[in-house]
Design a protein around this ligand. Structure first.
Ligand code: PLP
Length: 391
C-alpha cells in the first residue's frame, strides 16, 4: 500500500490551522513512542481482555446462512463492554493520553456509542471528560446521553448547523485549540488530520487480526468476503487491516444510502462524494454543487456523517476495497432478519452490512462471508419502533 507518514496515497494530511500543528506533532511523537512500548501494550492488552471482553468471538450464523445460501460469520464486537467496537479505540487513546500526562479528555459522538465508551474509560482512569453531541443526535440517542452523564461526563449539546456529528466535531476542535495543555481530543473514528486516522486504525486493527486468526485456525482458510458498515470508517478499517495484504479477500464497505441518491438524503461519501478537504484531511466528501458540505441523512446516527476516513478513499481509488450504499429500509430489514433468525439485535449501523449481504446474497452463494457486527441494537430500539410506525 502507498502509505507515507501523512498520507494514504493522496488522501489524508493535515489541513488545519497552524496553531494545531504542534499538537498533532506532540500526539504523533507520543503515539510512535508508546505503540510498541511493552508497558503500554501490557496495560492496554490487560484492559482489552479483562475490562472490555476481548477477544470477541466469530460466530457462524447458521439459520441466516441456511436461508441465504451463504456461509455468514459475524465478528461479535457487539459483545464488548459498552456495546460496540468504539471501546477498542477509546481504551487505546485514553491510555495514550494518560501516558502523555493529559488530565482532561474531550470527544464528539453521533450515535452516542463513542461518547459512552469515552465517558466509561475516563471513569475507569479517573480523567475529566467532556463529550460534544449534536442536539438532533442527542434527541435520537437520549439513553446514551443519560449513560454519559451517569458516568460523570459533561455532555455539551451542539445546537448549530445540522446538529449532528460534523457540528459536534467542529465544537470539539474549538475546545481542543483553547485547552491544549491539559486536554487530549479523543477522536472517535478514523477521520481528521494525521495522525488521528492512523491512531484509530491501529487501535481498531485488533478486530481484523483476531478475525483472521479465527479463520485460519477454525475454518482452515481465509474468508472470501469481509463486509463492514462505514460511517467515518473505524470499524471497517479495523477489520480490513487484518486482510489488506490478502488480495483474494474482497473487502466491502457499506455506506448509509438513507432515503434516496439525492444530495441531503443519504450519507454515502465514497459512493456519491467528491474529493475535498473536510475536518482536517483530504478525503471523499459529500458536497453541494457549490462545493459546500452537504447535509446528510441516515436512519442510523453513527453513519450520519458527510465525510469518510482518508484510508478508505485511497482503498477505493486503487480498487482494493469496494463501497456500496444500503438504504434505511434495507438496513431496518437487516436488523429484523438477524434479530429473528439468530436472536441478536444489531446496531442500526451494523444492520447496513447485514442488509447488504441479504440484498446481494446471490453473488455470494456458497462463499464464506465475514460481517463485522460493530455494535448492539439496544440504543436504537426507539428509532426502529418509530420507523416501523412510520413516524
Ligand atoms: C455500533 C456502531 N457501528 C458503526 C459506527 C460508525 O462508525 P465507524 O464507521 O467509525 O465505525 C458507529 C458510530 O457511532 C457505531 O456506534
Amino acid at each position: 500500500m502507498n502509505y507515507n507518514r501523512y498520507f494514504y496515497g493522496e488522501y489524508g494530511g493535515q489541513f488545519v490551522a497552524e496553531t494545531l500543528i504542534p499538537l498533532l506533532d506532540e500526539l504523533e511523537e507520543n503515539f510512535i513512542k508508546y505503540k510498541d512500548n511493552k508497558n503500554f501494550n501490557d496495560e492496554l492488552d490487560y484492559l482489552l481482555k479483562n475490562y472490555a471482553g476481548r477477544p470477541t468471538p466469530v460466530y457462524f450464523a447458521k439459520r441466516l446462512s441456511e436461508k441465504y445460501g451463504v456461509n455468514i460469520y459475524l465478528k461479535r464486537e457487539d459483545l464488548l463492554h459498552t456495546g460496540a467496537h468504539k471501546i477498542n479505540n477509546t481504551l487505546g487513546q485514553a491510555l495514550l493520553a494518560k501516558y502523555m500526562g493529559k488530565k482532561r479528555i474531550i470527544a464528539e459522538t453521533g450515535a452516542g456509542q463513542h461518547g459512552v465508551a469515552t465517558a466509561t474509560v475516563c471513569a475507569l482512569l479517573g480523567i475529566e471528560c467532556t463529550v460534544y453531541m449534536g442536539s438532533l443526535d442527542a434527541k435520537r440517542q437520549r439513553i446514551n446521553v443519560e449513560r454519559m452523564k451517569m458516568l460523570g461526563a459533561k455532555v455539551e449539546v451542539v445546537d448549530f448547523g445540522s446538529q449532528t456529528l460534523k457540528d459536534a466535531v467542529s465544537a470539539a476542535i474549538k475546545d481542543w485549540v483553547t485547552n491544549v495543555d491539559t486536554t487530549h481530543y479523543l477522536i472517535g473514528s478514523a477521520v481528521g488530520p494525521y495522525p488521528f486516522p492512523e491512531i484509530v486504525a491501529h487501535f481498531q486493527s485488533v478486530i481484523g487480526l483476531e478475525a483472521r486468526k479465527f479463520f485460519i485456525e477454525e475454518v482452515g482458510k481465509l474468508p472470501d468476503v469481509v463486509v463492514a458498515c462505514v460511517g467515518g470508517g473505524s470499524n471497517a478499517i479495523g477489520i480490513f487491516r487484518g486482510f489488506l495484504e490478502d488480495e483474494d479477500v474482497r473487502l466491502i464497505g457499506v455506506e448509509a444510502g438513507g432515503l434516496s441518491e439525492k444530495v441531503g438524503e443519504h450519507a454515502s461519501s465514497i459512493s456519491y462524494g467528491k474529493k475535498g478537504v473536510f475536518q482536517g484531511s483530504l478525503s471523499k466528501v459529500l458536497q453541494t454543487e457549490f462545493g459546500q458540505i452537504a447535509s446528510v441523512h441516515s436512519v442510523s446516527a453513527g453513519l450520519d456523517y458527510p465525510g469518510v476516513g482518508p484510508e478508505h478513499a485511497y482503498l477505493f481509488d486503487i480498487g482494493r476495497a469496494e463501497y456500496y450504499p444500503i438504504n434505511d429500509k434495507e438496513a431496518v430489514d437487516g436488523f429484523f432478519e438477524l434479530t429473528r433468525l439468530e436472536g441478536i439485535l444489531p446496531a442500526l449501523e451494523s444492520s447496513h452490512a447485514i442488509g447488504y449481504v441479504m440484498k446481494h446474497h446471490k453473488e455470494f452463494i456458497g462463499k464464506n462471508v465475514l460481517i463485522n457486527l460493530s455494535g448492539r441494537g439496544d440504543k436504537d430500539l426507539h428509532i426502529i419502533e418509530d420507523y416501523v410506525r412510520g413516524i
